[in-house]
Write a protein that binds this ligand. Structure first.
Ligand code: GDP
Length: 302
């Protein structure tokens, strides 16, 4: 019997992304997107030839779309096709995407307490991550300006909430890094007391960008942070950094670390959060992350 055309197309297009078999242990992991292809940017996922995935049912496909991919507002899950997925991510690009170019950025100021932050109702994205995760590098990469992230690295500014106004219309917020590696316990940033108040009370927060270093195995402090954000239903995107760092003999590759990280946090999320691979060294994921932010922002603006 012939399948309806749309369903056939749908099944075919997702076949290279689906778990190989529903009985294997890896099938429990919802992350079968071809990472290596994405890392090298050699070809977007829709150029990857379909792997052998016999007996993929429509319900598997529908489940995959609903449980693994991030479907943005305004997008019908039934209409999603593979070329709508941003390379190196689980993010579907929907109708709200656009205006992703950064034309102008201004440092607005630093706030000691969440209640001191700007009150002009512009949408904002807050960047959070362990010290040394590559937050300053990513901010520089996103706005293409070195001096921006230097501002937040100045002594005294690292424990503050730093607001950068982009294109005079939205904020990129640099939150204090947590878990300074060599600091004594007492001197470590207690992100929970400092930042939780900001997350819970900041009405203009469109999404938290949680930065996680993909070149190392999942770290407890990052897992704790991601789990807290998930349990509290915070709008968030996991931004994996340093995805260019491919280990040779020892250690796991970024794609394995990413898969393990997500496996370890998934029970704390009702809906799988959007995630994306980036590298400030190569520019991987920069434009894609900006596009993702644009669709969240434009929806928020409406
Ligand atoms: P921050 O403390 O989170 O602001 O981290 P930085 O941006 O200062 O980066 C910490 C270190 O990681 C620096 O040595 C950076 O050069 C390095 N780093 C940052 N991003 C990348 C990346 O994408 N790839 C690689 N290979 N190294 C990076």
């Amino acid at each position: 019997m012939l399948m309806p055309a749309r369903i056939r197309l749908f099944t075919h297009r997702f076949s290279s992304l689906l778990p190989p078999s529903s009985s294997s242990s890896s099938s429990a992991l919802p992350f079968s997107i071809p990472f290596r292809t994405s890392i090298s940017h050699a070809a977007p996922p829709h150029h990857v030839s379909a792997t052998k995935t016999p007996n993929i049912s429509i319900s598997d496909t529908a489940k995959f779309v609903r449980t693994v991919l991030f479907i943005p507002p305004g997008t019908d899950p039934e209409e999603v096709t593979e070329d709508m997925i941003l390379p190196g991510s689980n993010i579907v690009l929907g109708p709200y995407a656009g205006d992703a170019k950064v034309k102008e950025v201004q440092f607005i100021g630093s706030s000691i307490r969440p209640k001191d932050c700007p009150k002009d109702e512009r949408p904002e994205f807050a960047m959070l991550g362990r010290s040394n995760v590559g937050k300053s590098s990513l901010i520089n990469s996103l706005v293409r300006k070195k001096e921006v992230a230097l501002t937040s690295k100045k002594p005294g500014k690292t424990q503050l909430i730093n607001h950068f106004l982009v294109n005079r219309s939205w904020y990129l917020v640099d939150l204090p890094g947590y878990g300074f590696a060599n600091a004594p316990e007492s001197a470590r940033m207690d992100w929970s007391s400092f930042t939780k108040g900001y997350f819970l009370n900041r009405e203009t927060l469109v999404s938290i960008l949680l930065l996680v270093d993909a070149s190392v195995p999942p770290q407890k402090i990052d897992l704790d942070c991601a789990n807290w954000l998930g349990r509290n239903n915070m709008p968030m995107t996991i931004v994996f950094t340093k995805c260019d760092k491919v280990k040779n003999s020892k250690g796991k590759r970024p794609d394995e670390n990413i898969k393990n990280f997500q496996e370890l946090i998934k029970e704390n999320y009702k809906i799988h959060p959007p995630w994306i691979m980036t590298s400030s060294a190569t520019g991987l994921g920069r434009d894609e992350l900006l596009l993702h932010m644009s669709q969240l922002r434009n929806y928020w603006d409406n």
